[in-house]
Design a protein around this ligand. Structure first.
Ligand SMILES: Nc1ncnc2c1ncn2[C@@H]1O[C@H](COP(=O)(O)OP(=O)(O)OP(=O)(O)O)[C@@H](O)[C@H]1O
Length: 418
């Protein structure tokens, strides 16, 4: 195994606003806001909201760098209670700046990560801090319409950060290829950009995955993306486990490759791996997953599709927003492919043959699967046991091999079918 690599999105994180691709309006608003603060004409905080990987956090860092400000950074998931918020931010508000800095900038990252139930009063504490603050405060959030953020929106300069355009992403990818001396096909970069859906971080990650395993050609990129289902599953499970808000947890359900039935199996397999250090978190997660599974059963049996939002909510937010959630590392070790899917894949050939034979029998006998299993299969089995020729005739008439017929009349296969 190779040693862990430095992710390129970190290595090439822009230091200055001038290196940020696009986002011109956002940069201008931020510069105006900080200039006014520094000349005493502004008192409000700034709230940057927009989809993941569009540069919100990076732009706040770059602003501090460009204006020579000392940056105090906090993440909502690190500071979970109101008193901890005040304690941590309080230092930034009262202590003097280190020598050489012109002033301070406080960054409250992923402010929508405050779990209202668990962090009673967290948002109101921030609202109070923002109102009283003598230093500029910048905040980032994914979902600008999160109702929980309303009190904050009312007292901040709100800036909407848009997903990046494909051409911006391609420009950055090209820069990285040049710096890494990686040869790349232009078409390959375009394909990566298109599938990133405006998320620069995921585009850079994809580029690194392709570049580290061979040449960056269109063919290899599409090959990797055809295998992306499995990769996506790991990523989507990771997104849910690390989500701190309902909006970010349920966000995966809107991804084009989201397949909720497999996803449930993936979470069942991996929630224990991620939350192994907290029994409370694990039990909350599995409580909600089993509720999701029960509802799924009711929904399937009664065809009550209106239950779907509840199933999705339980299996995403219900797993993400648990009590005593451990802080998860960047790479969650030990995440694995669900055993059930592995087993189904192994027996796929058998199931396909069985389904095909059942279909042929249904067509020829004009009967339902259950009637065939109940009335016909025992008969066929007895006939075959008593006369070796029957299997040959049956195989010919159904257009399948004799081995397949044996397979379908074996009691285990029938039990599985039932
Ligand atoms: N506009 C951009 N120009 C150049 N690089 C960018 C830009 N946006 C994002 N990146 C790259 O993507 C990485 C992730 O960006 P960043 O963490 O700032 O995103 P974010 O919007 O804060 O995401 P999240 O909401 O997930 O925290 C950065 O390290 C940087 O390499």
């Amino acid at each position: 195994m190779s040693t862990r690599r430095l992710p390129w999105f970190e290595k090439y994180r822009p230091r200055s606003l001038k290196d940020i691709v696009n986002q011109e309006e956002v940069k201008k608003t931020m510069e105006d806001w900080i200039s006014k603060w520094l000349s005493g004409k502004e008192k409000r905080a700034i709230l940057l909201s927009g989809p993941p990987g569009t540069g919100k956090t990076t732009m706040v860092h770059a602003l501090a760098y460009d204006y020579g400000l000392e940056l105090y950074e906090m993440n909502a998931s690190d500071v979970r209670t109101a008193s901890r918020i005040r304690e941590t931010i309080g230092k930034a508000l009262t202590q003097g700046s280190l020598f050489g800095f012109r002033g301070k900038l406080v960054l409250f990252d992923e402010v929508d990560g405050i779990n209202v139930r668990a962090d009673q009063g967290g948002i109101y504490e921030i609202v109070d801090i923002v109102k009283e603050a003598k230093v500029p405060i910048a905040m980032t959030a994914n979902d600008p319409w999160d109702p929980k953020l309303r009190p904050l929106r009312d007292i901040c300069v709100v800036v909407q950060v848009k997903p990046l355009k494909n051409r911006d992403i391609i420009e950055m990818l090209r820069r990285i290829c040049n710096a890494e001396k990686v040869k790349c096909e232009e078409d390959a970069l375009r394909l990566i950009a298109e599938s990133s859906m405006g998320d620069m971080r995921s585009a850079i990650n994809d580029l690194q995955t392709v570049a580290e395993t061979g040449p960056v050609t269109r063919e290899r990129v599409s090959l990797l993306s055809s295998r992306a289902h499995q990769y996506d599953m790991f990523r989507m499970v990771d997104m849910v486990l690390k989500a701190n808000t309902v909006a970010s947890a349920t966000g995966v359900t809107r991804l084009p490759s989201f397949d909720w039935e497999s996803f449930l199996l993936w979470l069942v397999e991996n929630a224990a791996v991620a939350y192994s250090s907290s029994l409370v978190a694990m039990s909350d997660a599995y409580d909600n997953l089993s509720r999701a599974d029960v509802l799924r059963g009711i929904m399937n049996n009664r065809q009550e599709w209106e239950l779907m939002p509840y199933v999705l909510e339980l299996m995403t937010s219900g797993v993400a927003l648990v009590r005593d959630k451990p802080k998860l590392p960047f790479f969650i070790r030990g995440m694995r492919f669900p055993e059930k899917i592995r087993l189904l894949a192994r027996t796929k050939e058998i199931r396909d043959t069985r389904d095909h034979i059942m279909h042929m029998l249904r067509v020829q006998l004009h009967e339902s699967t259950s009637v065939i299993i109940r009335d016909y299969l025992p008969l066929i089995r007895t006939l075959i046991e008593n006369n070796g020729k029957v299997i040959e005739v049956l195989a010919k008439s159904l257009g399948v091999s004799e081995r397949s017929i044996k397979l379908i009349i074996s009691p285990e296969t029938v039990e599985e079918q039932e």
